[in-house]
Design a protein around this ligand. Structure first.
Ligand code: F6R
Length: 242
């Protein structure tokens, strides 16, 4: 694991966008997996700007959505799919047949998980995964207590996740379960970028990076990944001791 502390959110987002661009230039058929949410928002915007300016072609890439709220349709602006459509696919030329998002309305979510596992496996695994960190230390919807050995699965959401998750929705929304890639996918990804910004993330970042590596704090798993980059801003780094 390599830790970099950036001056601010903009600087870390620049670097994250540059990492993605560099990969796609080098490997035009890269398998990319992105989280949605507040943290990667600026990365996605900068990625779009840079990609358009540099004429980067995403049509050969595979896109994997990290997770989704079960029962929330893609047209709901709080859904992860809505985020991806508006922040990524609108301006970058991903080919629709190469975009793989969980169908959160599926009557058979287990089958959704198996299908996603198969796509990832058949395409040689994930080249780059970009994740945020929840206030409870989750990654994707890998909630505290999750096994490090799981691939895609349906998760019962932690209370912190269901209450903080309201920030993505226009009106109060019942959130109970999530469908998510597993931490085994993260461990097997060729590269992982874990981003965090702002003082509200400082305490959880300190625990994830300096506390015990434990499934009670899923983000701590990042230290087991040999090619992971933890990219945080100065505000998120204030509680680090070392
Ligand atoms: C969203 C996701 C979540 C978020 C995490 C941080 O797709 O996977 O794990 O990354 O909850 O959310 P933000 O970035 O909104 O603080």
């Amino acid at each position: 694991m390599q830790l970099t502390i950036f001056k601010d959110y903009h600087a870390l987002s620049q670097q994250a966008a540059d990492e993605i661009i560099a990969l796609v230039k080098h490997k035009p058929d890269a398998v990319l997996c992105l989280a949605s949410g507040s943290t990667p928002l600026l990365t996605c915007r900068l990625l779009t700007e840079k990609a358009l300016a540099q004429h980067i072609d995403f049509s050969g890439c595979i896109f994997i959505g990290l997770d989704e709220w079960v029962g929330i349709p893609p047209e709901n602006e709080g859904s992860c799919a809505y985020f991806f459509h508006n922040q990524v696919f609108k301006d970058l030329n991903f080919s629709s047949s190469r975009i793989h998002l969980f169908n959160a309305l599926s009557e058979n979510p287990e089958q959704e998980c198996e299908a996603m596992n198969k796509v990832i496996f058949e395409n040689g695994g994930i080249d780059l995964m970009l994740v945020g960190v929840g206030m409870n230390g989750h990654i994707g919807f890998n909630e505290p207590g999750v096994s490090f050995d799981l691939y895609a699965h349906v998760a019962e959401l932690d209370e912190t996740t269901t209450s903080i998750g309201q920030k993505y929705f226009k009106e109060a929304t019942e959130l109970k379960q999530g469908i998510t890639l597993g931490l085994k996918h993260l461990l097997e990804s060729k590269k992982v970028l874990m981003l965090a910004n702002g003082s509200k993330k400082a305490a959880i970042i300190q625990k994830a990076l300096e506390g015990e590596i434990t499934n009670r704090l899923p983000a701590s798993i990042i230290r087991r990944h040999p090619n992971s980059m933890v990219m945080i801003d100065e505000e998120a780094a204030v509680m680090l001791e070392r």
